[in-house]
Design a protein around this ligand. Structure first.
Ligand code: ZN
Length: 104
């Protein structure tokens, strides 16, 4: 087994896991339960981790993950609302201030 990714959130870890499995790489998420008690445990010890079952697949898995990270950078820039010119975080689908959709 080999650790291939440390996620900054549990959903991200599961996203990576699903993606790897869709490429035929068996893997599992570690620390996705511990994350909920963050605050009592040092943060670095409860970051969710993605591990591949077979370390032979680690390089392959890392390649897939790198691709995802590149996609994230391209797709998840902060964006400026066209309605009110407020800056919105990348994960907002609509403007937090006026409610305009990102694509409108
Ligand atoms: Zn707006």
């Amino acid at each position: 087994m080999k650790k291939v990714y440390i996620a900054d959130s549990v959903p991200m870890a599961w996203h990576i896991k699903n993606l790897l499995e869709s490429h035929g790489v068996s893997c599992f998420v570690k620390n996705d339960k511990l994350y909920s008690v963050a605050g009592e445990v040092p943060v670095t010890e409860c970051m969710p981790e993605v591990w591949v079952m077979n370390s032979l697949y680690a390089k392959y898995a890392e390649g897939i993950i790198k691709q995802v990270e590149n996609d994230c950078v391209q797709d998840h820039e902060d964006w400026t609302c066209r309605g009110c010119e407020e800056t919105n975080f990348s994960n907002f689908g609509a403007c937090w201030k006026c409610g305009a959709k990102i694509k409108e």
